[in-house]
Design a protein around this ligand. Sequence first.
Ligand SMILES: Nc1ncnc2c1ncn2[C@@H]1O[C@H](COP(=O)(O)OP(=O)(O)OP(=O)(O)O)[C@@H](O)[C@H]1O
Ligand SMILES: [Mg+2]
Length: 365
Amino acid sequence: MRFFRRKAKEFYGLDVGNGAIKLAELRRDLQDNTLALHRFLIRPTPPDTVENGVIKNEEKLRGAIKALLKDFGARTLTVATVLTGQNLIVRQIDVPKMTEEEFRKVLQLQADSYFGIPADELAADFQVVRELTGNRMLVLLVGSLKQPIVEFVDLLHSCGIRATRVDIEPLAALRSLRMSGALAAATANETTVVLDMGAGTSNLSVFQGEELQMVRVITVAGNDFTRDIAEAEQISWQEAEMLKLEHGVVPASPVYPHVQQTLQRLLRQVSISLEYYQVENRSALIHQIRLIGGSSQLIGLVEALAANVQELFARLELEAPIVAAGNPCAHLELATTAAAAQELGPILAVAVGLALGEVAADATD
Ligand SMILES: Nc1ncnc2c1ncn2[C@@H]1O[C@H](COP(=O)(O)OP(=O)(O)OP(=O)(O)O)[C@@H](O)[C@H]1O
Ligand SMILES: [Mg+2]
């Protein structure tokens, strides 16, 4: 009799965004314990189906996810997933010192006042950030409406996908950069900003080490640039999308006059968030700003943001942080079937971070 030992184990991350659906498969070789991005798929989200974490058209989304699964060659899949957008509420509160267990009970009772949402309609989690003087502690609260999450998980289930976890997008994004090595180990205690620029929203998250300090959802992202071009040139969305990919936000480009205002709006929103954080936390100097998401690949964007950040930090009389792309796939091992991911790392970052969360959970099981 011959026994066949399993040679590899797979982990999946599924990121359903406003503009694109991203699926990443990480494979761990059980013999030598190496981890590689084995396969991935990126498919456009049908227009008007997902808006800031809310499903607007179940039928269309179900169709797109089923098609993605078919293209992936799978009938069923177990994934970690995420809902991005407006409905994530992150707050820091200062409370009397207590155990985590005690605070969990307080959270149940106080949900309404902390989040403005009754406990039975809320999905919430927390993290004790640090102890404060006067026998108090600082707690980070993360909450969102339960209903959109339940609906999303049910929808996935009806497509043959089991969601083991619905993660918090900023945490998946940071994990993606850290666990892949895109953020060097030496930066582990530094203050890092991750800016995930998608199609519908740009999510700015500030971390001190691993601790999430602040989240801002900026409602300027890829779709706004496409819309600007489509309206100014009187062309279709697809044509505008192509012009956007070709020219980006480079000042000398022919589409620059169309996108300039939106770019300025985005830069201003980013500056307001950074300034707010940095003025409140002068000792936690922001060291790096990492850009992920499809729109971070707009030509000229990193440069425009870097110049803006330079200006802001000069005004604050602080050393300016490094502004750079965050590409987990430039650091992960890529199977030949996933070689193209090198170019697409910023888009895949959240999906990869979700799958890496499953790898980490498996290691502690
Ligand atoms: N090379 C590129 N240059 C500029 N923009 C790009 C490029 N590639 C993709 N994009 C833009 O990125 C967006 C899609 O990125 P992404 O998949 O990160 O968004 P999403 O996750 O679907 O959106 P959201 O996070 O808002 O829900 C689209 O607006 C698309 O036009
Ligand atoms: Mg996204």
